[in-house]
Design a protein around this ligand. Sequence first.
Ligand code: ADE
Length: 230
Amino acid sequence: MITFDLITIFPKAFDSYLAESIIKRAQQKKLIKIKIHNLRDYTMDKHKKVDDRPYGGGPGMILMVESISKALRALKSKIKNQKSKIRIIMLTPAGKKFTQREVERLAKYNQLILLCGRYEGFDARVDKLVDEKISIGDYVLSGGELPAMVVVEAVARQIPGVVGHKDALSEETFAKGLDYVEYPQYTRPEKFKVKSQKSKVKIMEVPKVLLSGNHKEIKKWRERQSKKRK
Ligand code: ADE
């Protein structure tokens, strides 16, 4: 069981995605727990202000340190088992790149606290309150909500029982968390007719070897195809 605590100012952003498919089942089966915390519940003033203008000037708003500190303290105070392995992670484009190797590392924790930013970023003092910073890629999103969801899904898939088919993980796209090694896959129908723009009919067929039942040949073909895709 791994617990994800997500701290956000848009708690509703997660509802629909987390209530679907693999992630939904994983929660029902109690393999993972996901708790969403509204940062505004931890603000210091009655206006529930979470952001302010940067000292020294500049564009946009900055997330304030106090409510984040309060939220993290509240979460830490609820931890019952002191031996539990916990990691506090800030989602930010300035973080360490999230890769399959990082996914496997994070899956070893009992609890991940994910801090989602918004606006122009966090007060720099928030850095001192977290264990690490993660970026899901070299592009800037409007907030850490989508990145947090990416982390939740990728890590949850590592928990035994979350991914349905028992072989799905080992055969999958990433061998040992390193390279992209997947081969092309096909399902029914064997022949698929498509009309081109000039109304010419083209038939797209499944490679013969996959229909042959010759597992040795299929394996060889897949290995060749995987290399081609690199
Ligand atoms: N917040 C905004 N952009 C992000 C990114 N690429 N990764 C993680 N957090 C972010």
